[in-house]
Design a protein around this ligand. Structure first.
Ligand code: DQQ
Length: 531
């Protein structure tokens, strides 16, 4: 099998009841390069049909590459805007192009055409760094009827989202002021900008403005390979986005996912009134091993995204359709997990499972004191105190993909500390013992959770699928995705446990888990032959 790599999600959308996901697909062998827009469709976001590539380099305006972009509905019809790489003296000269469906009556929208008379719709502009000008967002339309789109860039080392306006979606003019920028954040890749309802979990369309919404600005930081977002206000008259106080788009800011998750993009699903988030999950294995296995990179399970009740952060949850893959159900009764205990969740295909567990900590008696140096770097705490380090209140949580004698295990756990008489809860994902394979990156991930252990129950849902573990803490306030490659804990040899490695008891009020079956992935050609 030839080696292939999948990276950024591009232009996710729903059209006539069919979900479309395009994505960057590397066709150049064992290294990233020769990118095309691959294309798959689905009616439920779970089972997919692959189609032929939607966009490949072919014209002067994209001959060196068709990079990331988005879909916008203009008068009800989808238009793709993407970054084209053109030949020039500079190796990498970026412009923005458009593509439209050839036949809107084709339910799969297989053929896309690039109007040569219009492309590039945004050519190189003096004053913009030609090799740092890419990834147009879904455009939005102001009350004045004018379209706006924002494009990632950098000026010296400051991240910038340039703004362009258009009356007809073909002729675009650069606005004097960018939509948003931030000092010393490096290149802003794959920006995403969208409104979220102030109340409730329903999503809203990208052009909605007014007092019923706040705005979210997300940027993929090339320097750290993480997706950071802020919540803020969009002044549509000045076309300016201002993050709320304390909300930053860099290292100490909020991440959609504290593990492996990059170049993410949302879309508004108008059939289910929700905003759905897609993200690229990279490998933690060596390139050599990726080449051996023949593929690299995957898309995380699509997640519904909405504003948390505190108005300060987003919450995420796997799309409800995922439940259709659940098969055998197993549950454990409510029980106290004594300090030092490890309890098996038996009867599951633990290499592919969906696990839902609830902990209660109403009476915390002995809680460790937090070291103030952890404040700015929760990951530091998680790496210096992996699951094997005993604490007082925690670590407690799940041991996933565990081998018979625990030589391999991936721990998803919580620790509670006291910081100036307030409880601080950390969520960690420890893959330091996930595989006997030495060459993997086994960095432990972690984050604080804005959560009150005295009054709220602590929910954890983990989706385990062979080499990937996606965990949603505190009802989706913190999400961590890890790649792990067990050598022993595979197929029926994998086991699942709940554990408490603290000295204090922890109440587990519920645990339900399901073995998961495989999604159906087909190629259109196969469908045709089975007709
Ligand atoms: N990947 C694309 C770029 C984008 C980067 C190229 C992010 O458009 O900036 O494959 O991963």
């Amino acid at each position: 099998m030839a080696y292939v790599e999948l990276t950024d999600p591009n232009g996710p959308m729903i059209y006539n009841g069919i979900y479309h996901l395009f994505y960057q697909w590397s066709t150049s062998g064992s290294v990233w390069g020769d990118i095309v827009w691959a294309h798959a469709t689905s009616t439920d976001l779970v089972n997919w049909i692959h189609h032929k590539h939607a966009i490949v380099p072919s014209e002067a305006f994209d001959i060196e590459g068709v990079w990331s972009g988005s879909v916008t509905f203009v008068q009800g019809k989808p238009i793709i805007q993407y970054t084209g790489i053109i030949k020039s003296n500079q190796w990498n000269y970026q412009v923005q192009d458009m593509a439209v469906p050839k036949d809107l009556s084709d339910p799969y929208l297989i053929e896309w055409v690039k109007p040569v008379e219009h492309n590039p719709v945004i050519a190189h502009i003096e004053g913009i760094n030609a090799s740092a000008f890419r990834d147009p967002t879904t455009a939005w339309q102001g009350p004045d009827g004018v379209w706006r789109v924002t494009i990632g860039s950098k000026v010296e080392n400051d991240g910038v989202a340039f703004l362009f306006r258009s009356d007809d979606f073909i002729n675009w003019t650069k606005a004097e002021q960018p939509l948003h920028s931030a000092k010393d954040t490096g290149m802003w890749e794959c920006p995403d900008f969208f409104p979220v309802a102030v109340d409730g979990i329903e999503g809203v369309d990208t052009s909605v403005i007014g007092p019923s919404v706040k705005h979210v600005f997300k940027v993929s930081l090339d320097d750290t390979k993480h997706d950071y977002y802020t919540i803020g206000t969009y002044d549509h008259e000045k076309d300016k986005y201002t993050p709320d106080e304390g909300s930053v788009d860099k290292d100490s800011g909020l991440k959609f996912d504290y593990g492996k998750f990059y170049a993410s993009k949302t879309f508004f699903d108008n059939e289910k009134n929700r905003r759905v988030l897609w993200g690229w999950v990279t490998e933690s294995s060596s390139v050599e091993n990726d080449v051996k296995k023949g593929w690299a990179g995957l898309q995380a399970v699509p997640r519904t995204l909405w504003l948390a009740e505190n108005g300060k952060q987003e919450k995420q949850w796997p799309v409800e359709e995922l439940k259709q893959l659940r098969t055998k159900r197993v549950s454990l009764p409510s029980q106290v997990l004594a300090g030092g205990s490890v309890t098996e969740v038996p009867g599951l295909t633990a290499s592919q499972a969906d696990v839902d567990v609830i902990f209660e900590l109403p009476k915390l008696e002995d809680v460790g004191i937090m070291d103030p140096s952890w404040v700015d770097n929760p990951q530091l705490l998680c790496s210096s105190m992996p699951a094997s380090v005993k604490g007082k209140s925690g670590p407690f949580g799940l041991l996933a993909l565990a081998s018979k004698n625990f030589e391999e295990q991936t721990a998803i756990f919580f620790r509670v500390f006291n910081h100036q008489n307030k409880y601080v809860v950390f969520m960690c994902n420890d893959q330091s013992r996930s595989s006997l394979e030495e060459s993997n990156d086994k960095t432990t991930y972690g984050a604080f959770i804005d959560f009150d252990p005295e009054h709220d129950k602590l929910y954890l849902r983990s989706l385990i699928d062979r080499s990937i573990v996606e965990s949603f803490g505190a009802e989706g306030k913190v999400v961590i995705t890890a790649r792990v490659y067990p050598k022993l804990a595979i197929d029926n040899e994998a086991q699942l446990f709940v554990f408490n490695n603290g000295t204090e008891n922890v109440k587990m009020s519920n645990l339900e888990a399901w073995s998961m079956k495989k999604a159906e992935i087909m190629y259109l050609e196969e469908l045709k032959t089975s007709d």
